[in-house]
Design a protein around this ligand. Structure first.
Ligand code: 13P
Length: 290
């Protein structure tokens, strides 16, 4: 089957909505996301970082997502999130991932371009959708006691973004416009730098689809503005991890003698589903199946 992800990004750009990438590392998180997508009839991207996919298994992730593709008939796309080494990117490509995010953003621009080019050679043979990244995005996907400080110097320079896009031919590009991975425990999440997003969009036009990382904790008004300005993919991880972990703790505490997973897990899946549904509604991606 040809990869329809590009078609969905074109549709999102034309109609002014965004596709959420929801990360998972357990079957229960995946079930919660799939149930949300089914209920709202939404296309979704399912993400696994290198760590998440090492825990779940690359081939296992492909196999189970294929089962859900067949059973739900939904447009589900499996993406390797923050693929950093050629070796791992090749493994994900061989396992059958639909999309790969090549993250060379911690390298100097020239090395980032070279890594991205090499990875693209591996992926293009298999009709894999490619996301690049310019402008390292700080933080980790968890509750952070101290959120990273984002300064002007951290933000993506429009000229650098254009250079990488032109030289590599990536399909989409993750840019740093002020967000970080994770949620600030004090509730002080940063605002999106709308001016920089406008500058990047002006420079790149429709050459590439723009991606926002660090979607958890970002104020809703900022997300809405970013979508209006052309962000067509937003990554969400921490919000789902928190929903899963908090619901699991609560469920086990409420049922201290229960040892049957299928008796204490359903509410955990529902907690994840609820968060995924909120995001799907915020991104206005429901009922966009073509
Ligand atoms: P959050 O954990 O802040 O949602 O970020 C997720 C992400 O960007 C994954 O690439």
């Amino acid at each position: 089957m040809p990869n329809k992800l590009k078609q969905y990004f074109q549709k999102a750009r034309k109609e002014g909505w965004t596709i959420g990438q929801f990360n998972f590392s357990t079957l229960e998180i995946l079930k919660g996301i799939i149930q949300a997508a089914e209920e709202l009839q939404s296309p979704v991207i399912l993400g696994t970082s290198e760590g998440e996919s090492k825990f779940f298994g690359l081939e296992e992730a492909v196999a189970i997502v294929n089962v859900y593709k067949r059973k739900t008939k939904l447009p589900l796309f499996l993406n390797l999130d923050h693929g950093k080494s050629l070796d791992y990117i090749k493994k994900a490509a061989d396992a059958g991932y639909d999309a790969i995010h090549i993250d060379g953003s911690s390298l100097p621009l020239r090395e980032n371009i070279e890594l991205t080019k090499k990875a693209i050679q591996i992926c293009r043979k298999k009709d894999i959708f490619i996301e690049g990244e310019v402008g390292f995005i700080k933080g980790v996907s968890r509750m952070l006691n101290e959120a990273p400080k984002i300064t002007e110097a951290d933000l993506t320079l429009p000229d650098d973004a254009l250079k990488l896009v032109k030289e590599t031919g990536v399909d989409s590009l993750a840019v740093n416009i002020g967000t970080f991975h994770g949620i600030d425990a004090s509730g002080q999440d940063t605002h999106i730098n709308i001016l920089r997003l406008k500058e990047i969009k002006e420079k790149l036009g429709d050459k590439v689809f723009l991606v926002l990382h660090g979607g958890s904790g970002t104020p809703k008004e900022d997300i809405i503005k970013a979508i209006k300005l052309g962000i067509v993919k937003i990554n969400i991880n921490t919000d789902l991890r928190l929903a899963y972990s908090n619901a699991l703790r609560k469920s086990l505490l409420e049922k201290p003698k229960e040892t049957t997973p299928y008796k204490y897990m359903p509410e955990v899946i529902i907690a994840v589903q609820k968060v995924a549904k909120e995001k799907i509604k915020l991104f206005t991606q429901a009922k966009r199946i073509c």
